[in-house]
Every structure is written in C-alpha cells, then in structure tokens.
Design a protein around this ligand. Structure first.
Ligand code: ADP
Length: 297
C-alpha cells in the first residue's frame, strides 16, 4: 500500500482525496454510492450537498477511512483507503482526518466535556501539558471553555455539536469532515455553528461538510459538490454557480417546485426540500419563496 504521507501533507500534487468510479453497497445490497469521481485538494472547503439518502454520510465514512469502497479506486492522503479501513496505518491516518458524526451522542461518551476532548490526545500518548494545551485550544475554538467540566448528556443540542467538534479538533487533524453540523438546531444556534464551521477553514485545514441546507453553503464552502438521487456527482462548482441553478437543485431534490393557488390563480415557485419544511396550505397565508441564499460576495 501507499503510506500515509503524514503530518498534514496531502500527496505531492496537493490532492487529499482521489476517487474514481467509487461505488459503495451496504451488506443488505443497498447501493449508497454508484460511480463517484471526485478530487479534493488541500485547503479546500467543500460543501457536499444532497437530499436525504443521496449518500452523503456514506461518502464521509469513506473519506474517513472507516469503510472501504465496494468498487473503484480511492486514495486519501496518498493512502489506499481499503487498506486504512482494514487497519493498516489507521492510527496515523486518524490523526490527520477527523469525522464529526451527525449525532453528537455517538462521539461523546466521557464523564465530562474536557475528558471527551482529551480522549484523542491521550490516545496519542501525549504528555499532560500538551493534552491540556490542545484541549484548551479546541474548547476555545468552539467557544465552550465554560462547559469543560459539564457532563455531555446535560448539554443542549448545539453545545453537544460544539463539544463533538472540539473532540476532533484536539487531534489537530488537517482534514475535518462534518456530517450535517446544523441538523436539528434552532435558527440562532444554527448560525452560531455555521460561523464556527466557517472559521475551521482557517489554518489551511481541508473541510468537507455534508448538508442539505442551502442557505449555509456560501458561508461554509468555496466549492459545492452535489450528489444526485442517482448516487453520483451531479454538479461540482462554486456556490455562486451551483446555487442559482434551479433546474439542477430541483433534479437533486434540494428544492422542489411548489404548486399552489391563491384566489383561483395557480402558480409555482421553488421551495427548499428540507425534511422540516411544512407548507400549511392555508389560502389566507402568503407563502414566501424559499430560494437559496445568494452567494456571499
Ligand atoms: P445521506 O447521508 O445523504 O442521507 P446515506 O449515506 O445515509 O445518505 O444513505 C445512502 C443510502 O444508503 C440510503 O439509501 C440509505 O438508506 C442507505 N444506507 C445508509 N446506511 C445504511 C446501512 N447501515 N445499511 C443499509 N443501508 C444504508
């Protein structure tokens, strides 16, 4: 196998992830990904957009080397992902690439937030002072220093997400993978998280964020990869180009054409196709068009 190039280095050409014809089939024969071609370069901030079930989480698990492609070729940080998933050089790989799961309860299992954030550095065998310094820095980056002694199960959803991200940051990964970081958060908490995620891209980290929330994309990403319902890449471009392509967004089931009537007149407009969206077709209520936020300058 090719070795992990290590210490935050992508392979010589700056490519962190290289996928060609990648397919993933779950043991129950469910095809989750079907021919993914994708290169991600060092320092890119990528939003992985797709409707529910389009394969985003599966792709993140592949990028994190915890599952191997069923077919196709794939390297991550120069290493053959199939070998990493089989355990070869996996310890070193996971210092470089960290996945923040959609459900923070999967990631938080210690008696205190500090212990969860310290877990990774302790596994690395680092000294006490280094562990403390890394934890303090990760907690500060997520602005949760005041929660260090709290039990994770007592935290709110947004606080848990921040703790889960801090528990990955303390490993000093050069690549951070985030699975729906704003899912099930109230609007204010969501935007706090969005701003924290935006800042993760500093220090030349490579960030891949899976989401189906169009409005956060221009803030957290400089590149958008859209997974279609055919479970392959439907579009790959700048937020500015992708988010204005209405037909594409409808095809990817990220917005849908909403037909309704007012005063006998029928018209349609695009709506975000999120699972939380309710139409409440009350003729007395004026619908506001929900269109992707225009990309920030
Ligand atoms: P997304 O993150 O975009 O919602 P997923 O990667 O979770 O998509 O799922 C892609 C497809 O794989 C879906 O059809 C889903 O039902 C299926 N799938 C996901 N996890 C499993 C699993 N553990 N076993 C079988 N099928 C799965």
């Amino acid at each position: 196998m090719q070795p992990v190039t290590g210490q935050g280095e992508a392979s010589g050409d700056g490519i962190v992830f290289h996928l060609r014809g990648v397919r993933y089939v779950y043991p129950n024969k469910q095809v989750a990904l079907d021919g993914i071609d994708l290169d991600v370069r060092r320092g890119e901030q990528v939003a992985l957009l797709g409707a529910n079930g389009s394969g985003k989480s599966t792709l993140l698990k592949l990028l994190d080397g915890i599952i191997a492609p069923s077919d196709g070729t794939m390297t991550a940080l120069g290493a053959d992902v199939a070998a990493v998933a089989a355990g070869v050089d996996a310890f070193r790989f996971h210092r470089e690439v960290g996945l923040v799961f959609q459900d923070p309860d999967v990631q938080l299992f210690s008696a205190s937030v500090f212990d969860d954030v310290a877990f990774g550095p302790l596994q690395l065998g680092l000294g006490r002072d280094e562990v403390r310094a890394r934890c303090d820095a990760a907690l500060a980056e997520m602005e949760i220093g005041h929660l260090a002694d709290r039990a994770p199960f007592e935290l709110s959803g947004g606080e848990k997400k921040r703790a889960a991200i801090a528990s990955v940051l303390s490993l000093h990964p050069s690549v951070v993978l985030l699975d729906e970081p704003t899912a099930s958060l109230d609007p204010r908490t969501k935007w706090v998280l969005v701003n924290l995620v935006r800042r993760l891209g500093a220090a030349n980290r490579t960030i891949v964020t899976a989401t189906h929330e169009l409005d956060i994309v221009p803030i957290i990403a400089d590149r958008v990869v859209v997974l279609g319902e055919e479970r392959r890449v439907l579009a790959d471009g700048s937020p500015r180009d992708v988010l204005v392509d209405r037909d594409l967004l409808i095809r990817a089931n990220l917005i849908h054409e909403h037909l309704h009537e007012h005063g006998g007149e029928r018209h349609s407009h695009p709506h975000e196709a999120g699972p939380d969206h309710h139409h409440g077709d009350n003729p007395g209520v004026r619908h506001h068009d929900v269109v992707p936020a225009s990309p920030a300058g």
